[in-house]
Design a protein around this ligand. Structure first.
Ligand code: ASP
Length: 603
């Protein structure tokens, strides 16, 4: 019996909590901690479900206690023993298994561990670089397993939701044709076709549209996407999207389906009742009122336009802004009159960082008048009262006023608004979903002197704006929408262009010549000719969704083997140099002093 090799468990640790005392069970896992108390040895045994206290008791089993001294940290073992209720003074309500312990009868050590270089339990977390280097140990911590369990459950929920709603799951290729619109592609050189490259998909956009042409009608995929962008805290070069496309339907139906998805998911994962339908706001209103296309609606504090009130009062800079077609707007900082000069200038810096020339901070003295600035001197009493009315200000508030072009003012005050809410803790605990609709179709880039699609070039313009497409595309609004939650973009999509002529006009509006369109998207333009249904779709950032559901603000925490900000996997040291033979096979040559070879060498 003693020499028997124990392998399989009869119970996970967490389940032992429900086993009647006296019953024999076999558990398996890793030694998290060992405490020798006189003759007794206590081991905290970890498996993915919970930690269980295992007791080696000399009165019951003297030889076992001797061999228990070999149980160093992270040793892997299987233990058989009797479940016992803990004595009153040893109950631990913080542990799932805190009412029981296992009195060991026999155990098998499967392997031992080198001393873990990261903190496995308790105490402050090790620094992230170390955690990523030893990701296998980091993932062995229960905090991390919980996150991946949330991720796993979300996969299952999302999959069954779409299946129940008539969607079919299709896997689209990872080796694609490069279509250099949008972000930079990751390239995969081809060995069989010297000099040619595949590209990793930035999203399955064209494939899912083609599936609509193929009559698949409702498609979804939990898709891997790749974008070769410069490092940003909230981005990973590879990420996961919930990708969806639907034919013969409307924005209304797409919204309703996804409201049901998110309300159901948040109920199931967080036991939260999310009211539906979600709010909606046009892009223009989101920018005007909240200074962002990702408005955080957990607090109100709308931006107010006061151009007509403050202009023509002989305030030089305001009059010239107004004459140039600019605007004067404000946010009202509740009880902000108490701010010190330094605090006000910090707030002004927030606005300046977003391009504002400055910010006028006006204290509201008694609810009817303002004090301390040029406005007080130049504005009539009536205008001051009107200004405060529009600002919905009360005594003790601070008006933060910015003048300039509409976009700069919106963005600057949008940031000021967020800064105030952060400082004053104004955000409620609610989950405020909102659809942002009617995005601009294109954005003009003065540097390149051309327009770029705001969403992507396959997005349909709004019917009523089609008239501007050829002459003034910047005026066109798109049938595009984002879903935003508490200031975070969860996803976005659009109604697609389903007529080849319109798609050609869109390419022309983007300054993409017929020849270029043909060479890059010829296959797609051809497909459009073969009976394309009206269709629309959306994609949601899966990793970001998991961050919200798991309550972490670190994107890397929800990806099993993430890359650093420098796009490096610290565990495997990818990317790495490859041999000359490998390069030769795909027709590439190393350029010893080039920038890119420097980057790979560092890693
Ligand atoms: N493919 C788009 C994206 O990745 C989403 C969509 O339009 O469905 O952003």
């Amino acid at each position: 019996m003693k020499n028997e090799i124990l392998m399989e468990r009869s119970h996970y640790n967490a389940d032992v909590a429900n086993v009647s005392p006296g019953q024999t069970v076999t558990v398996a896992g890793w030694v998290r901690k060992r405490r020798d108390l006189g003759n007794l040895v206590f081991v905290d045994l970890y498996d993915r479900s919970a930690v269980l206290q295992v007791v080696f008791d000399p009165e019951r089993n003297p030889e076992l206690v001797d061999s228990a001294s070999a149980l160093t940290r992270e040793t892997v073992l299987t233990v058989r023993g009797k479940v016992s209720s803990r004595p009153e003074e040893a109950l631990n309500p913080d542990m799932i298994t805190g009412r029981v312990e296992l009195i060991a009868d026999s155990f098998t050590i499967h392997s031992t561990s080198a001393l873990p270089p990261i903190q496995m339990t308790g105490g402050p977390e090790s620094n992230e670089e170390l955690r990523l280097r030893y990701r296998y140990l980091d993932l062995r911590r229960s905090e991390m397993f919980q996150i991946f369990n949330v991720r796993h459950q979300t996969y299952q929920y999302v999959r069954s939701f779409y299946v129940e709603n008539g969607f079919i799951e299709v896997t689209t290729p990872q080796l694609m044709r490069s279509t250099p619109e949008g972000a930079r592609d990751f390239l995969v050189p081809s060995r069989l076709h010297f000099g040619s490259c595949y590209a990793l998909p930035q999203s399955p956009q064209l494939m899912k549209q083609i599936l609509m042409i193929s009559a698949f009608d409702r498609y979804f995929q939990i898709a891997r996407c790749f974008r070769d962008e410069d490092s940003r805290a909230d981005r990973q070069p590879e990420f996961t999207q919930i990708d969806v496309e639907m034919s013969f339907t409307s924005i209304e139906t797409l919204f309703a389906i996804h409201e049901k998805l998110f309300a159901g998911l948040f109920k199931s994962m967080l036991d939260l009742d999310i009211p539906t339908p979600f709010r909606r706001i046009t892009w223009q209103n989101a920018m005007d009122w909240y200074g962002s296309d990702k408005p955080d609606l957990r607090f109100n504090m709308k931006i107010k336009d006061v151009t007509s009130i403050v202009s023509d009062s002989g305030i030089g800079f305001i009059d010239s802004v107004a004459a140039g077609g600019g605007v004067v707007r404000l946010v009202c900082y509740p009880d902000g009159a108490k701010l010190s000069r330094k605090q006000i200038s910090e707030l002004e810096n927030v606005a300046k960082k977003r391009g504002a020339n400055g910010m006028l901070a006006v204290k509201v003295t008694d609810g009817e008048t303002i004090s301390g600035t040029i406005l007080e001197k130049k504005l009539s009493k009536e205008k001051q009262t009107l200004l405060l009315e529009v600002a919905e200000a009360k005594a003790g508030d601070l008006l933060c006023i910015v003048a300039g072009d509409r976009m700069t003012v919106s963005e600057a005050l949008g940031d000021v608004r967020l800064e105030i809410a952060g400082r004053e803790n104004l955000k409620s605990d609610e989950y405020e979903f909102v659809w942002v609709t009617e995005f601009p179709l294109v954005e003009y880039d003065p540097e390149d002197n051309r327009c770029y699609a705001m969403h992507h070039p396959f997005t349909a313009p709004m019917e009523e704006d089609l008239q501007y497409l050829d002459t003034d595309p910047v005026r066109c609004r798109a049938q595009a929408y984002d879903l935003v939650l508490n200031g975070v973009e969860l996803g976005g999509g659009s109604v697609r262009i389903h007529k080849p002529e319109l798609q050609q006009r869109m390419f022309a509006a983007l300054g993409i010549s017929k020849e270029l369109a043909e060479s890059q998207f010829g296959f797609f333009l051809e497909a459009l000719k073969y009976g394309t249904p009206p269709h629309c779709g959306i994609a949601f950032g899966f990793d970001r969704l998991i961050m919200i559901l798991a309550g972490t603000d670190n994107l890397r925490d929800v990806i099993a083997f993430p890359k650093t900000l420098q796009a490096v996997c610290l565990m495997t040291r990818a990317p790495s140099t490859v041999t000359d033979d490998q390069l030769n096979a795909v027709g590439l040559q190393r350029k010893p002093n080039s920038e890119s070879s420097k980057t790979t060498k560092q890693n």
